[in-house]
Ligand binder design. Structure first.
Ligand code: NAD
Length: 495
């Protein structure tokens, strides 16, 4: 196909396509075939400015923040319905961009509908308080007011889902937004933005700029009219965005990387734990922030459990992610593929022993595949145990007892998630208290929901997404004092 026939995605500003000021575009590739299938606008500071001004106008003079919360809720509910009606279209585009399994992407996009419906329902249930006060003759109460323009910056692994985690509560709160999706996976967000008008969400409430982080993302974060930045991505970009936001004294929510411990005790139901371990690390080819990439095994079951794991994963079918029987798809981007392969080499040279996988698969698609890989003899101070690989690479670490397990599990800069497998209730409860992570699973791995807060301890992030509390990330609290006493005290006379 000649490049002139490829679809071209412009920015989405003020409810319409907007060509990039620079006139430049970036190719977007299908990671399975390696083919460029579309191009996206390569944004810069000028595009970021136009998009933020559009969102700012919609916030300061447009109807969205002034609608009743119930009416905003009705429109967000409609958006949820529209997402479900367009699942196949949105999922096909997203799947072509990031190479995840079609079945998984369709389920994710369908679930987005529930995200919007959840926050649609929450919109008119944010109750403020009448405050007790020690001052006579005054009445005090709180109001929750939308913060303003929200900048949303997302990675390539789950573009629409991770946008929804921020956009649904932000819109319910009455904010407006500019979304900057990953340069690798922007097309689905543009298609999604096209649904806003049908849902009754006015032009300018949701804008999208595409392009590279340093070129358009930083301009977005530093624009003075942006009140809050919601970011999901790597720790390096997260730190940079936090620094830039701090200069403008903006609030942030940061969902960053992880290196989550998955702790299996000798008394666990090992068959269940094997399934949980596999879904923890090999789903989405390990390209998941919550991946259980450190498997902590009690020494007494180490060899048996590793054997069970290898048997389970040996039959996994790698291939075209669009086919329904494929179980493991390609790595989403070429730089990520190179990074994973370099970590595999590093682990070997540091003395870890590869008992399964460890190779790329040049025979499949465009060759951007990594076999599910299991390393044993990993020490927790090795780089393969401490650094996020974001790929299908499992590091197995032995432990002796509970104290040893807790020490190893927490001895890491990250704290996104953790899991513990045991039949002992006391042990499970003790572990949930002592594991330093924003999410702890007991005898399961990977459950998340729009009802439940998700986010990191330590270097895994700041703030929470999903659940009812998190709508407050998009609201300012105002305290109002009303005098019920006509006599304003004379400031020069002390009472
Ligand atoms: P990334 O951090 O490189 O990029 C994420 C987004 O930030 C992209 O849109 C990118 O263009 C933008 N960006 C990069 N530098 C920027 C800058 N200086 N200013 C503004 N924007 C900038 O991450 P990625 O490679 O797309 O995704 C993989 C990473 O994301 C992994 O480390 C993973 O752990 C993390 N992640 C975390 C979660 C979570 O919920 N905690 C979820 C998914 C992915």
């Amino acid at each position: 196909m000649g490049s002139e026939t490829l679809p071209r995605y412009e920015h989405w500003i003020e409810g319409a396509d907007a060509a990039p000021a620079s006139g430049r575009y970036l190719p977007t590739e299908d990671p399975f075939s390696g083919r460029v299938w579309a191009s996206i606008a390569r944004g810069d500071a000028e595009d970021a400015r136009r998009a933020v001004e559009s969102a700012h106008r919609a916030f300061t003079t447009g109807p969205w923040p002034r609608l009743t919360a119930s009416e905003r809720g009705r429109r967000l509910w409609r958006l949820g319905d529209l997402i479900v009606a367009h699942v196949d279209h949105l999922a096909e585009i997203e799947q072509r961009d990031n190479g995840k399994l079609g079945t998984e992407v369709r389920a994710q996009v369908r679930y987005m509908g529930d995200y919007f419906r959840y926050y649609a329902g929450l919109a008119d249930k944010i109750e403020s308080s009448v405050l007790p006060t020690d001052k006579p003759g005054v009445f005090a109460y709180t109001r929750y007011e939308p913060k303003g323009v929200i900048a949303i910056i997302t990675p390539w692994n789950s573009p629409l889902t991770l946008t929804s985690w921020k956009l649904a509560p932000a819109l319910a709160a009455g904010c407006t937004a500019v979304v900057k999706p990953s340069e690798f996976t922007s097309a689905s967000m543009i298609e999604f933005a096209r649904l806003m008008e049908q849902a009754g969400i006015p032009a300018g409430v949701v804008n999208v700029v595409t392009g590279l982080g340093p070129e358009v993302g930083e301009a977005l974060v530093t624009h003075p009219a942006v009140a809050h930045v919601g970011f999901t991505g790597g720790t390096v970009a997260g730190r940079r965005i936090y620094e830039l936001a701090a200069r403008g004294l903006k609030t942030v929510t940061l969902e960053l990387g992880g290196k989550s411990p998955n702790v299996v005790f000798e008394d666990a139901d090992l068959e269940q734990a094997v399934k949980g371990t596999v879904s923890g690390i090999f789903a989405a080819s390990g390209q998941s922030c919550q991946a259980g990439s450190r498997l902590l095994l009690q020494s007494s079951i180490h060899d048996r459990f590793v054997g069970m794991l290898v048997d389970f994963i040996a039959s996994a079918k790698l291939g075209d992610p669009a086919l329904p029987d494929t179980q493991i798809g390609p790595i989403s981007t070429r730089p990520q593929f190179d990074k994973i392969m370099s970590y595999i080499e590093l682990a070997k040279s540091d003395g870890a022993r590869c008992v399964f996988g460890g190779r790329s698969r040049p025979d499949l698609g465009a060759g951007q595949f990594v076999e599910p890989t299991i390393f044993v003899d990993v020490r927790n101070d090795m780089r393969i145990a401490q650094e996020e690989v974001f790929g299908p690479v499992l590091s197995v670490i032995r432990f002796d007892d509970e104290e040893d397990a807790i020490r190893i599990a927490n001895d890491i800069e990250f704290g996104l998630a953790a899991a513990v497998w045991t039949r002992d209730l006391r042990r499970a409860m003790m572990m949930t208290e002592r594991l330093q992570a924003g999410t702890v699973w007991v005898n399961n791995y990977r459950a998340t929901s729009f009802t439940s807060p998700f986010g990191g301890y330590k270097a895994s992030g700041i703030g929470r997404e999903s659940g009812s509390e998190t709508i407050k990330e998009y609201l300012n609290t105002k305290c109002v004092w009303v005098s019920s006493d006509l006599d304003v005290p004379n400031p020069f006379i002390r009472r």
